[in-house]
Design a binder for this molecule. Structure first.
Ligand code: BG6
Length: 480
């Protein structure tokens, strides 16, 4: 990392996201030595009137509890200072600036750098306001050089118009290279592996197209419901919560063309292109569902039509993918917790073994849990008879990389924001293209044109979704 004073300011410091994700990620970086310098300072900012120590106590419960970690935990917590203020108060942000500046000056900055990273662990409704305050009162001291960066999280709007409005409001204050839009799926190990896998392996290059691939599934399942988040969730639903962002980012990496280089701009250019090649989603290629019991949550309205499950098909109009269905599926309160990509290949022409269909090749990338990649192959069943069976070439990370601890998504992404690497962050035009795909469908759902099909908690979701999968050409080669 560059030297010079680095201040990480977590706004919304006493909230859930900060406690559960941001501070633990910062702690992990600290534990790995990245933030262990007297030039690094962490500030929390929020409305709650508490002391430094009270904030530290609140965070402590979310950090590792083992004896070995105890020393690191207490040193890390000592780095954190707290400033109280509201999100629209000039005095609050002036006090914050004063606290940061004092550290910058007192530390006799080596390279003269003032680096300020503002992490907005806040609801998006206050982003414009907070960005204005930062811009007015808290920018890095230009005479010292350095930078000011803003980290924001989804939901970036509810549809194309609201997302564009939010982007414009922030865009008037900060330039694109200063804005880091997090999609934490881009920080997952096997998502980051997709580029390498596709473009560093000769094996895949000639196969990755409509001539060989029959269909692609990108699936997210959770085996729990909205659990206390019903109020938030009900305003968004599964398409905005998971599909429009997390699954669509994975979709981009699976479907995009090879970027000119690994420069963040080149990668993001290709993502935008593939998003722009998606044709409008057809009503008959969408199934939405809602689990029974969802409306028992007191924060969810009794007449809610919000989907907690959706399966839909995206189709790409380009030379590589014409005719290949990309099935995106996400659901809460299902029978398992899993996120995976399943690339199913076409049948072998002129099959002499009469084993096709159930013997289709399928390449599976399991993003979580237990990261793995495996290729389903048809082999001869060992023995005297000449019969066939399905088997797998299996690369399971826990076996292959024993003892390697896979970093948490947030940890990786925060490190990138400090380094100034935007490769794994969502660019404004990418966000716009993503909303363009889903907005018409979302509006039809919001207008009640689709009714979610009820499904049982702990089930596979509505059977209609399986029927859609079958219609799309997917041949089941595994137990669900
Ligand atoms: C969040 C969604 O972005 O991702 C949650 O808002 C969801 O609803 C979560 O549970 C899933 O993340 P992960 O990393 O556990 O798959």
């Amino acid at each position: 990392l560059e030297t010079g004073c680095l201040s990480i300011i977590v706004l919304g410091a006493s909230g859930d996201l900060a406690k559960k994700k941001t501070f633990p990620a910062l702690f992990n970086l600290y534990g790995k030595g990245f933030l262990q310098s007297d030039e690094v300072h962490i500030f929390g900012y929020a409305r709650t009137k508490i002391s430094d120590d009270e904030l530290r106590d609140r965070i402590r419960g979310y950090l590792p509890q083992s004896k070995e970690d105890a020393e690191d935990v207490s040193k890390f917590l000592q780095l954190i200072k707290y400033v109280t203020g509201s999100y629209d108060s000039a005095e609050g942000f002036q006090a914050l600036d004063k606290a940061i500046t004092e550290q910058e000056i007192s530390k006799n900055i080596r390279e003269g750098l003032s680096r300020r990273l503002f992490y907005l662990a806040l609801p998006p409704s206050v982003y414009p306001q907070v960005c204005k305050m930062i811009k007015s009162y808290c920018m890095n001291k230009s005479d010292l050089g350095g930078w000011t960066r803003i980290v924001v999280e989804k939901p970036f709007g509810k549809d194309l118009a609201s997302a564009e409005e939010l982007s414009s409001q922030i865009g008037e204050l900060f330039d694109e290279p200063q804005i880091y839009r997090i999609d934490h799926y881009l920080g997952k190990e096997l998502v980051q592996n997709l580029l390498v896998l596709r473009f560093a392996n000769r094996l895949f290059l000639p196969l990755w197209n409509r001539d060989n691939i029959d269909n692609v599934q990108i699936v997210f399942r959770e085996d729990f419901g909205t659990e206390g988040r019903g109020g938030y969730f009900d305003q968004y639903g599964i398409i905005r919560d998971i599909i429009q962002n997390h699954l669509l980012q994975v979709f981009c990496l699976v479907a995009m063309e090879k970027p000119v280089s690994l420069k963040p701009e080149h990668i993001r250019d290709e993502k935008v292109k593939v998003l722009q090649s998606v044709i409008p989603i057809k009503d008959e290629e969408v199934v939405i569902g809602q689990y029974e019991g969802y409306k028992d949550d007191p924060t969810v309205p009794d007449n809610s039509n919000t989907p907690t499950f959706a399966t839909m098909i995206l189709r790409i109009h380009n030379e590589r993918w014409e005719g290949v269905p990309f099935i995106l599926k996400a659901g809460k309160a299902l029978n398992s917790r899993k996120a995976e990509i399943r690339v199913q290949f076409k049948d072998v022409p002129g099959d002499i073994f009469k084993c096709q269909k159930q013997g289709r090749n399928e390449f599976v990338i399991r993003l979580q849990p237990s990261e793995a990649m495996y290729m389903k192959l048809t082999v001869k069943q060992p023995g005297l008879e000449m019969s066939t069976a399905q088997s797998e070439l299996d690369l399971s990370y826990t076996q292959r990389y024993q003892g390697v601890v896979i970093p948490e998504a947030y940890e990786r992404l925060i490190l990138d924001t400090i380094k100034g690497d935007q490769q794994h962050f969502v660019r404004r035009d990418e966000l716009k293209a993503a909303w363009e795909i889903f907005t018409p469908l979302l509006h039809r759902i919001d207008d009640g044109e689709f009714k979610p099909i009820p499904y049982k908690m702990g089930s596979r979701g509505p059977v209609e979704a399986d029927e859609l999968l079958e219609r799309a050409g997917y041949v089941q080669t595994h137990d669900y």
